[in-house]
Design a protein around this ligand. Structure first.
Ligand SMILES: *[C@@H]1O[C@H](CO)[C@@H](O)[C@H](O)[C@H]1NC(C)=O
Ligand SMILES: *[C@@H]1O[C@H](CO)[C@@H](O)[C@H](O)[C@H]1NC(C)=O
Length: 350
């Protein structure tokens, strides 16, 4: 026993505690996915959209497997694009992203089967009855997931189903079918591609809180009743200087139910204009979020919601805000990039 403290002290001396990548770092070329994988994560990824694939310098970064081991199509697998007319499916955009990812040896997260937003207008306008809408959800999910069978690592089967207080959001699906529409979609997805991981995905469930508890209770209920579910997606659309302090505990809580967790749409927006101080804060914020994922083995990966401020959804959505991503509009790495590297490099105790 006397030897143990000495061995332990020796071990501690070898552990890179509180690593901090100098800025600019000496190790710029290793890449986010490469670092993530070296730390036991499955991937570091990014969203992209088909309309940007003509931008060659952008595609060069996107296609660099050392930076990104996973891609999410940010728009072209959504209902309004996939099934714009009842029974008429358009897989063109999704297929293009899947083909790109295959060429680059990248995983794909499918996004998304059932969501009240960017929904084809006919779904609400049809005023379908309960059983008809059930068959519409089943048909849509089945055809979408089956089309990509074998090519998708994980599906966001149902997106943004919850209110802030943890109750279910009133949508055409909830109002017509009731809470069971969620389970219906998960069962259809499982049947269509048994090997794809099935996720429930939402925003403002990054830290502990009422909404996270709502999702937690749903996952718990699914697990108890044998409804297929494999993961919880924390979107992580975050605000500079306002990173929830309980992300790690929240991830651990979901993981305790036997599901994996991923950060699926990470960005950290700021009020414009950009200043050096804000960029420094953003670096710290990215490090904080990423290290919460690093600390929990069940957190399998992180996806940023596109890679460059040039193509971020933020300025179009939040007036006066932007600069949310690790590459700037000129495709130069920002301090945030090195915050991600530092977060990934945090030691894991297992
Ligand atoms: C199919 O979807 C793509 C976008 O993914 C769009 O550009 C194209 O126009 C659509 N095709 C049809 C026939 O609507
Ligand atoms: C819809 O039908 C299902 C049975 O298929 C039933 O359990 C559910 O309560 C119905 N929903 C509503 C809102 O009537």
């Amino acid at each position: 026993m006397a030897k143990l403290p000495i061995a332990f002290a020796a071990l501690l001396a070898l552990v890179p505690v509180a690593t901090s990548t100098p800025f600019p770092p000496f190790n710029t070329n290793s890449g986010l996915n490469k670092v993530a994988k070296s730390k036991g994560k499955l991937y570091f990824g990014t969203a992209t959209d088909n309309i940007y694939l003509g931008d060659k310098p952008y595609v060069k970064i996107l296609s660099n497997n050392n930076e990104f081991g996973q891609i999410t199509p940010s728009n072209t697998m959504k209902w309004e694009t996939i099934e714009p007319v009842r029974g008429t499916f358009n897989f063109t955009g999704g297929d293009e992203i899947v083909a790109l990812a295959k060429r680059n040896r990248q995983l794909v997260r499918g996004h998304t089967c059932v969501w009240h937003s960017q929904l084809a207008p006919w779904v609400e306008a049809g005023k379908f009855d309960n059983s008809t809408l059930q068959s519409i959800i089943k048909d849509h999910t089945t055809k979408l997931v089956r089309h990509h069978k074998g090519d998708i690592y994980a599906w966001d089967v149902v997106n943004e189903a919850f209110n802030e207080d943890g109750t279910l959001r009133e949508t055409v699906f909830l109002n017509t079918i009731g809470p069971s529409y969620i389970e219906l979609a998960f069962r259809a997805a499982r049947a269509a591609d048994p090997r794809a991981k099935l996720y429930i995905n939402d925003y403002n469930i990054d830290g502990l809180g009422d909404k996270s508890t709502g999702v937690y209770n749903l996952v718990k209920d699914f697990k108890r009743r044998g409804v297929p579910i494999d993961g919880v997606g924390l979107q992580a659309h975050l605000i500079l200087g306002q990173i929830p302090t309980t992300i790690k505990e929240n991830i651990q809580k979901f993981a305790s139910l036997g599901v994996e967790v991923a950060l699926t749409e990470l960005d950290i927006r700021m009020e414009l204009p950009v200043t050096p101080e804000k960029l420094k804060q953003q670096r710290k914020d990215y490090e904080a979020v990423i290290s919460a994922c690093s600390a929990v083995p069940a957190c399998v990966g992180v996806t940023i919601w596109d890679l460059t401020d040039k193509y971020s959804w933020v300025p179009g959505w939040f007036e006066g805000e932007g600069a949310a991503l690790p590459w700037d509009e000129n495709l130069e790495k920002k301090p945030a990039y090195y915050g991600i590297v530092d977060g990934l490099n945090k030691w894991r105790w297992f």
